[in-house]
Write a protein that binds this ligand. Structure first.
Ligand code: ADP
Ligand code: MG
Length: 342
């Protein structure tokens, strides 16, 4: 076969393989877009575990009519415009890929109304094999993205979708993680018409604590050691289950870097190392940690789904996190000496 440039739809579907693994990854991308748009309220509605429908509605800044079709194109973003911007990313998105990818493997409607526009408009696409159609629609300020029939045109991918319940539990988990990253934003999650989660906006320590408890459990919320460490431009805040909790919350292991949720080997290693020796082998780690540093010190453009980052001074980061946790644990033991003799 001679070398040829792939048609746009196929290129987008290939990219979708990296970004859109399952319904929960669609939810993640859409909710991150809502957060980037400055929304204070984000409503998520799911039908049949996302097999049938994923709807994300926000009250953010919206997309002007003349940019709606562009928003669905690959490499189209309002978040960066230069290499310099790439080194100082403050938004969750920047690759301009999510909507293009999702719309290439689903039927997608994007409806929006910016505050300064009188009417709302909707762009509709089906697998992106035709021109995007724009129609006027009723919609309050903000944006809704309605994704139906995920993978309808990629049967091989559709086959890999798990049972409704499993896919929904992945979505639920994504919303928990995101809700822990933005206490100031209200989230709600419906499944098959039923309201299952409601996280009201939390602006003081009492309401923040309430959200922490509703996500990580009462025990964790009440017993967790609170962290607050600074070193130069590094800071580590959050909560850590005391090493001797009898019934540790196994499913709360969240690490955020500059507000972005991460699965990072280096950071996980620092956490494990700090707890080694003080935590009984049968006890699972539980933590919700927020690490922040200068955006120029970290490269977020490592993985399409942005689960990983690269630190310019990785040794320093590792040692800071390790030290901050070790200090907090030592302090905890010295404040309650009997805690260690369980
Ligand atoms: P990225 O987030 O990397 O820029 P996306 O494909 O996710 O790429 O989105 C493309 C563009 O569409 C965004 O840069 C933004 O301008 C616009 N957009 C997407 N979702 C929303 C939303 N909910 N509210 C406002 N603008 C949005
Ligand atoms: Mg995005």
């Amino acid at each position: 076969m001679p070398i040829q440039i792939l048609p746009a739809i196929l290129a987008n579907q290939i990219a979708a393989g990296e970004v859109v693994e399952r319904p929960a990854s669609v939810v993640k991308e859409l909710v991150e877009n809502s957060l980037d748009s400055g929304a204070s309220l984000i409503e998520i509605e799911i039908e049949k575990g996302g097999h049938k429908q994923i709807l994300v509605r926000d009250n953010g800044n919206g997309i002007p009519q003349q940019e709606l079709a562009l928003a669905l194109s690959r490499h189209a973003t309002s978040k960066i415009s230069s290499l310099d911007d790439l080194e100082h990313i403050v938004s969750l998105g920047f690759r301009g890929e999510a909507l293009a990818s999702i719309s290439s493997v689903s039927r997608l409607s994007l409806s929006s109304k910016p505050a300064e526009q009188n009417e709302a408009w909707q762009a509709h696409s089906e697998g992106r094999d035709m021109q995007v159609q724009l129609t006027p629609i009723a919609h309050p300020k903000g944006t809704s993205v309605d994704v139906t029939d995920l993978f309808f045109n990629t049967p091989a991918r559709r086959k890999f979708l798990k049972a409704e319940k499993t896919e929904f539990s992945h979505i639920d988990e994504i919303i928990r993680r995101i809700a822990l990253s933005r206490f100031d934003v209200a989230f709600s999650l419906k499944h098959n018409g039923k309201l299952l989660r409601k996280y009201p906006a939390a602006d003081n320590s009492v309401s923040k604590h309430k959200r922490l408890i509703s996500i990580c459990g009462k025990e964790f919320g009440e017993q967790a050691i609170e962290l607050n460490s600074q070193y130069q431009d590094f800071s580590l805040q959050g909560w850590l289950a005391p090493p001797n909790t009898a019934k540790p919350q196994v499913d709360c292991q969240y690490f955020y870097v500059n507000g972005r949720m991460m699965r990072d080997k280096l950071l996980n290693h620092a956490v494990r190392q700090a707890l080694e020796g003080v935590i009984a082998p049968e006890h699972q780690l539980a933590y919700v940690l927020y690490f922040s540093l200068d955006t120029a010190q970290v490269d977020v453009n490592v993985h399409p789904a942005k689960h990983e980052v690269r630190f310019h001074q990785s040794r320093l980061v590792h040692d800071f996190v390790y030290r901050a946790l070790s200090d907090a644990i030592n302090q905890y033991f010295s404040a309650s000496p009997q805690a260690g003799n369980e």
